[in-house]
Write a protein that binds this ligand. Sequence first.
Ligand SMILES: [Zn+2]
Length: 229
Amino acid sequence: MRTGYAATGQDERSGPCVMCAGADASVRSPLQRMLPPGRSRFIAQTPNLVAVPTFGCFVAGYVLIVPRAHVTSFGRLDEGALAEPDELIEALAHRIWAVYSRPALGFEYGNNVPGGRRIEHAHWHLLPSGADLDGWLADRLTGHVIASLTDLPSRRDASYIAVRDQRGSLRVYPVPNQPRQRIRLRRLVAELDPRVDAAGWDWTGNICPDLIHRTVTDLAPASPEDGTR
Ligand SMILES: [Zn+2]
């Protein structure tokens, strides 16, 4: 049984949510409109999750895993839904390795402050990168190892950073529950990865449509049922 404030599987929405729309296959989202006809934005779908390329796809293979339910962090998902991400992230990390010959780095900023960031809907980053994000955080914050995403903090009044390193180890770092993120994880990863021009870390100014297209082409699911519903 998970402790703390019980996760309900649904948090309050302050207005229209682009991630809710993006995870809904019946919506022709801005991401879908960037792709050629017949090419689905969905790299993978499970009952509770979807995987899509990220806006600001600064390396090919950079995807987001997004819950269909509107929650502010993965820790806020209910137990049933939280059974899925470990397996999906593992499968996508293998696919990334097979396609790009690089290990996958995963991370999430589990910011549970209402109004605290541009995208309030939980999203887990996964990209082929050797960036030592976990080492950078471990030098500055106190974290602890978790065996599974089912062990993520679930409290509504606490925030965390979670990292899945290139060997698949998971670690959680509690961070202050403040409106503004002190650490920009995307920028940090861009700075730590020598292949990336760190000036282009911010998706709002650098959407990278060519790399989005390449990502869905490279990582397209083997079975159409996985990705094109
Ligand atoms: Zn949402």
